[in-house]
Each structure stands twice: as structure tokens, then as C-alpha cells.
Design a protein around this ligand. Structure first.
Ligand SMILES: Cc1cc2nc3c(=O)[nH]c(=O)nc-3n(C[C@H](O)[C@H](O)[C@H](O)COP(=O)(O)O)c2cc1C
Length: 236
């Protein structure tokens, strides 16, 4: 457990990396740790684009506005919230449940929940279903305790971004624990980078790009500042 805390406290956003090879084994370990993050409904609504080849890395770094972490990294991971992955994820989990001999009752329960989720999460053409569901939920909420599900496409992206961000943090902590450094970046041209990766604006939103590599010996890390604990915490 102390190792985890060490990795959390040691991690910094590194702005200059030195050339270093990231082996396939190391890449797999880092990505595997990322996908073990918790996600809403276990939906894992994300995709990682690992950009490691020199030419593609240079192209993506340019779309990260040529920032030095991007230009000097050994690899860039473009992390995408993917709201189009839900049906495939449900199918995958069902296959896994059947292969793992879950009881018929558990499988039916899961199918039912997934179906309700699909109906709730479907915004419909021009957000018509979402508007209707939003009105119904608001009305119900007048006399019932009820959580508002993500209804409109933007809500769905917000929903997916939460789980995607947790996966990003897992990725960065795992990288640190495995001896490589990172820098999360949201300074990129989202439209051009989406185009470069062939993403669909209906289903995909780039959450961040994570630069990975070994911190340069010449890079002097500035001191780390955080707001005092009491200004960020309310104990009730
Ligand atoms: C969502 C997000 C976006 C960020 N975008 C950038 C960026 O575009 N360029 C950059 O150099 N650093 C970026 N950072 C790194 C922050 O500047 C850094 O995490 C913060 O200053 C705290 O420093 P520390 O991570 O070393 O503790 C980003 C961090 C986060 C979480």
C-alpha cells in the first residue's frame, strides 16, 4: 500500500522528457492498470490511442500545439471518451457471464439493467427522447428522490468523461510506479486531432492526451503547490 502512496506523491506533470524506449511489456502493464479503474455501470466508456511510432507521434505532438511534453515524450496516449461503445460492452459482459457460468437469474438481471440503461441513455434524433425523459424525471423529482441519468448527448459525454478521467489517473500512477513519468495535457486541437484519429464527433470526445517518457535530467521540476487541505475539504 505504501508503494501506491509513494507513486501518488511522487507523480508530477513532467514537461521535458529524454529519449527512452517504452517496451511493449511496459506499455501493456500501464494500459492494463488504466482499464482496471472503476467506471459507471462498469461501462468502461473509453478508448486509448497509444501513439508510439516516430512519424505519428510527431504529427500528434504538432496537434498538441507543439508543447514540450508532447514533443519530447516517448509515447503519447490520446484518451477518448467513447459513448458509442456501450452496446459492445454489454455484449462482451454478457458473453463473459455466460462463459463464467453465472446463473440464468443473474444473466437475466444484467440483461434487464442493460436494457433499461440503453433506453435511459438514448438521446434520440435531435435529443427528442432526452427532452421527453428530462421532463418526466423533473416532474417525478418534485415528489420523489431520484437521480438524474445522463440524457442529452453532452450529459453522456460528461458521464463518460468521469470514468475516462479515472482511467487516466490509474494510467499515470501505474506509469510512475513502473518507473516512467507522464504529463496530462488538454492543450490540443480537438477537431484536428479527432480528424487525424478518424473519430466520430457523435460518439467520441478526446478527454486528454498523456505524454509518457523518462524525465529529462536537465529538467528542473518546480515545487508542487496545492491548496491547503482545509480549503478543499468539508467535514460534516
Ligand atoms: C486535465 C489536465 C490538463 C492539463 N493540461 C496540460 C497541458 O496542456 N500542458 C501542460 O504542460 N500541463 C498540463 N497539465 C498539467 C498541470 O499543469 C499539472 O498537473 C499541474 O500544474 C499540477 O502539477 P503536478 O501535476 O506536477 O502536481 C494538465 C493537467 C490536467 C489534470
Amino acid at each position: 500500500m505504501n508503494d501506491i502512496l509513494d507513486a501518488i506523491f511522487q507523480r508530477r506533470a513532467v514537461k521535458v522528457f529524454e529519449p527512452a524506449e517504452i517496451s511493449d511489456v511496459l506499455r501493456e502493464k500501464i494500459l492494463n492498470a488504466a482499464r482496471h479503474a472503476p467506471s459507471s455501470f462498469n461501462g468502461q466508456p473509453y478508448r486509448f490511442y497509444w501513439v508510439g511510432s516516430a512519424a505519428k507521434k510527431a504529427a500528434v505532438a504538432k496537434l498538441c500545439m507543439g508543447q514540450s511534453p508532447a514533443e519530447t515524450a516517448s509515447a503519447l496516449v490520446v484518451v477518448v471518451a467513447d459513448i458509442g461503445s456501450m452496446a459492445a460492452t454489454t455484449r462482451g459482459q454478457l458473453e463473459w457471464m455466460r462463459a463464467s457460468n453465472f446463473s440464468q437469474e443473474k444473466i437475466r438481471d444484467y440483461e434487464r439493467t442493460a436494457k433499461i440503461g440503453r433506453i435511459l441513455f438514448m438521446p434520440g434524433p435531435f435529443g427528442i427522447f432526452a427532452a421527453l425523459k428530462s421532463a418526466i424525471f423533473r416532474l417525478l423529482n418534485l415528489w420523489m428522490t431520484i437521480g438524474m441519468p445522463p440524457l442529452f448527448r453532452q450529459d453522456l459525454f460528461k458521464w463518460a468523461t468521469k470514468s475516462t478521467s479515472l482511467a487516466c489517473q490509474n494510467l499515470m500512477i501505474a506509469a510512475e510506479a513502473l518507473g516512467v513519468n507522464t504529463c496530462p495535457m488538454e492543450g490540443f486541437d480537438g477537431r484536428r486531432l479527432s480528424q487525424y484519429l478518424g473519430l466520430s464527433h457523435r460518439y467520441h470526445e478526446i478527454v486528454m492526451v498523456i505524454a509518457i517518457g523518462k524525465k529529462s535530467h536537465d529538467y528542473v521540476q518546480p515545487p508542487q503547490w496545492r491548496r491547503p487541505l482545509q480549503t478543499t475539504v468539508t467535514v460534516l
